[in-house]
Design a protein around this ligand. Sequence first.
Ligand SMILES: Cc1cc2nc3c(=O)[nH]c(=O)nc-3n(C[C@H](O)[C@H](O)[C@H](O)COP(=O)(O)OP(=O)(O)OC[C@H]3O[C@@H](n4cnc5c(N)ncnc54)[C@H](O)[C@@H]3O)c2cc1C
Length: 326
Amino acid sequence: MKANPNINIIEEEIVEIPSGFTILATGPLTTSALTEKIKEFTGEDMLYFYDAIAPIIEFDSINMDIAYFKSRYDKGEADYINCPMNQEQYDLWYNELIKAETAKIKDFELKVFEGCMPFEEMAKRGYQTLLYGPMKPVGLEKEGERRPYAVVQLRQDNLIKTMYNIVGFQTHLTFSEQKRLIRMIPGLENANIIRYGIMHRNTFVNAPSTINSFYQTKKRKDLFIAGQISGVEGYVESIASGLVAGVNMFKLIKGNELVSFPVETAIGSQAYYIANTSAKDFQPMNTNFGIFPELNFKHKKNQRKELYVKRALEKLEEFITGGSID
Ligand SMILES: Cc1cc2nc3c(=O)[nH]c(=O)nc-3n(C[C@H](O)[C@H](O)[C@H](O)COP(=O)(O)OP(=O)(O)OC[C@H]3O[C@@H](n4cnc5c(N)ncnc54)[C@H](O)[C@@H]3O)c2cc1C
């Protein structure tokens, strides 16, 4: 970038949202002065929080011969998946959990421990703590069967039920320890972890109320927001959002019509998702097959992802050769 004569790099803190054509991409650790200005601009109270998130598991990788659907005392819809443990399994798992390795703690993360305790910390408080907390088994026994000693519950995470998060399992364990401990849970032996639990400060706008699927703000046509602060989650997702914002900023400057990447592609489904999902309790999202539009023809379940990929590549090819991003 430094070698490119068209790019002018100014290394200083921006404390106001600049006027004129601007793409804001200051990331999850956006400095506080600018965060305040963005808050004023969007009119939203909350722009960041210290984030401790629970892992998300792909539904197809859950062993439903062991796990089962049931809500506590059968209240409401049975949207929860339950992984039962007997005492022996719990003991073994608990003993591994309390000595599992956690990621290094940074100062700002200490705040999280007060409001949003990671499950491994809860476990360290005592053998019973999880059994009376997120792993409480009462009301979760299978019809006509004995109550399990402990239950790990998973809650539906997306509308089309392809992703489930582990209830109460916000965590600070290293990724390898998360994988090892999750796979010790009966029913999750082959769990595919779509998103690991992590803890970090995360600054992001409420995407569905603030930006459209071009990453352009609704309030100011010449202001775009891209990267993690736009409400996407992850390295690749941040880069993808920057591509869409960049292409469209160029179009805007040239006076051309803005373009949406096809919603069947990873880039397009992500842009569509963050601009159109519910603004209430909005949370950043990784790109994943769960936010792709479903296939509208009959297919075998185990071919679904391959078909998504094929369709995405075809749509992208059409999009590029059709001149949409020239
Ligand atoms: C601790 C942590 C770990 C993460 N780990 C992962 C991971 O393993 N995998 C993954 O996919 N994602 C991870 N993420 C999430 C996210 O994908 C990355 O943060 C990613 O770097 C976001 O890209 P970005 O371009 O939006 O922001 P950044 O890469 O953060 O770039 C923003 C830049 O803007 C600068 N900046 C901030 N405020 C101002 C200001 N006021 N004026 C001028 N410059 C400013 C910052 O210093 C930074 O250089 C992590 C996030 C955090 C905080």
